[in-house]
Design a protein around this ligand. Structure first.
Ligand code: AMP
Length: 488
């Protein structure tokens, strides 16, 4: 099967050839003819399958006829995160080189003024995150009544992020007769419900079982004591011991832990950058770029921030935390082993994670082996009651809880002073690094407006957490990682 057989226009085919692609991926081969036939499509595909081009290429072909009108975009693509939206825009730039199309990006963290000006001139393709799109609609600057084609991308992630009510609202604002393309990596019941609501007689295109991890990925569990300083030490050991490590993404469940872990890795000389929801748009793009170019080959990220990012050839994925949603595990490790390449994923597991690991193994239908000693080899843990009590201390912000954590007390005997040297708090720690300085708290970058709609407040909290901020540690770094971590 070649691209020429799919019914795409000459201009698009020329651009695809120039981009270096000769054979359509399975999702492209299956979806493109249906999109061109103006059918609704339900595409079940993970990122990395080429699904962006599966809708971008036929859209470009369709948009060759007709013209955009002021304030009335002809097509609308909804993406859960700004980075994904920016990636889709890049696809339009790459494959639309031979066309004069107007593409606008409506994402948070960018001024309304420029976006307004572009919309007023008329756009063929509007790529937006749901919240920012509704903000524009509420300001009366944008009409969705001219939308002929709607793409809802990463629908299951939209669900995770609480965006479904926004999507339902948006779907009421676009014409009933529009064509809808709906992409999701997984089909939980709520996604099945909304797909039935939004799509009319869709063609279902599925490129792999939703929960199948690529077979080229070596997956391992690594046992660790549960305290964060122990986990950080385990992570450093893993990174240093990894064979053929070219670049890696380290996933944390909570954005606060992303920042803490990032600082800790930097402190230990690892060339790392962070990506989490509290960073402003500039800092996120800069971090991603320095990771992409290899300047900082370790990216510490939360699920929300990293979802769907197009980073080819990641050699390693490290799960600093076992993800709370089993499906996130599949997405995380899907960052490696792409397009038939070999990849490795290591998941740090503590004795409190047994249920989460069992859920992952059930979802993927595979059991994951421990590398090295299993959890049984670790010293016995403290009773659950005690742990719960300490967590409550932390939540209520009691000084007792803080001081206990600060002293590194946990399930195992207290470490020697030299080994567990008390470390500065993240705030006090010297972090004379641009990437860290650029990370303004989201509230500072984008304050919640007084009387803001409930969805805005909800968005603000979507990857909030109350995770512990255990302070750093000491260790040695191998020569290959000792080159200076150039930040920013
Ligand atoms: P996506 O699933 O859209 O995130 O795409 C994953 C990666 O596959 C991107 O780096 C694309 O540039 C690349 N890609 C898209 N289409 C093709 C193709 N037909 N052949 C090879 N790579 C492709």
């Amino acid at each position: 099967m070649s691209f020429a057989e799919l019914g795409l226009s000459e201009k698009v085919l020329t651009a695809v050839t120039a981009a270096g692609y000769s054979t359509p991926t399975p999702i492209q081969a299956q979806a493109i003819p249906h999109v061109l036939a103006r059918k609704d499509v339900l595409g079940i595909a993970q990122t990395g399958t080429g699904k962006t081009a599966a809708f971008t290429l036929p859209m470009l072909t369709i948009l060759e006829t007709g013209r955009a009108r002021a304030r009335m975009p002809r097509t609308l693509i909804l993406e859960p995160t700004r980075e994904l939206a920016a990636q889709v825009e890049e696809n339009f730039t790459r494959y639309g080189v031979n066309q004069k199309l107007s593409v606008a990006l409506l994402i948070g963290g960018v001024s309304f003024g420029d976006q307004d000006a572009k919309i007023t001139r008329g756009v063929d393709v509007l790529i937006a995150t749901p919240g920012r799109l509704l903000d524009h609609v509420e300001r009366g600057k944008l009409l969705l009544t001219g939308v002929e084609l709607l793409v809802i991308d990463e629908a299951d992630r939209m669900l995770d992020m609480g965006f479904i009510p926004d999507i339902e609202r948006i779907c009421k604002l676009v014409p009933f007769t529009r064509q809808t393309l709906f992409f999701t990596a997984t089909m939980p019941p709520e996604i099945t419900r909304i797909s039935e609501q939004f799509l009319h007689n869709p063609v279902r295109v599925e490129v792999s079982r939703p929960a199948t991890a690529a077979t080229t990925i070596t997956q391992r569990l690594i046992a660790s004591n549960p305290q964060d300083f122990e986990k950080r030490e385990t992570l450093r050991r893993l990174i240093k011991g990894a064979t053929d490590l070219q670049n890696a993404i380290v996933f944390c469940n909570r954005k606060r832990d992303v920042a803490t872990l990032h600082k800790s890795l930097q402190k230990h000389g690892f060339p790392a950058v962070a990506l989490h929801g509290d960073m402003d748009q500039y800092a996120r793009m800069a971090a991603l770029e320095s990771f992409r170019t290899g300047e900082n080959p370790i990216l510490v990220a939360s699920d929300v921030a990293a979802r769907g990012l197009d980073i080819p050839a990641v050699s390693h994925v490290f799960n600093f935390d076992v993800p709370t949603h089993a499906e996130d595990y599949v997405h995380r490790i899907g960052r490696t082993g792409r397009a038939g390449r070999e990849g490795a994923s290591f998941t740090i597991v503590t004795r409190h994670d047994d249920k989460l690991v069992a859920a992952i193994e059930k979802l993927t239908g595979q059991s994951i082996a421990f590398e090295g000693p299993g959890l049984d080899a670790l010293p016995p843990g403290e009773p659950r009651e005690e742990r719960r009590g300490r967590r409550d201390d932390k939540r209520s912000g009691s000084s007792r809880g803080r001081s206990e954590r600060g002293r590194g007390r946990g399930d195992r005997p207290q470490r020697g002073h030299a080994e567990a040297e008390p470390l500065p708090t993240p705030e006090a720690a010297e972090a004379p690094r641009d990437a860290v300085r650029r990370q303004r708290p989201r509230d500072e970058a984008e304050p919640v407006r007084p009387g803001a709609p409930e969805r805005e407040v909800r968005r603000r909290h979507r990857d909030d957490d109350d995770g512990p901020q255990v302070k750093g540690l000491g260790d040695h770094v191998p020569a290959f990682l000792l080159r200076p971590a150039r930040i920013g």
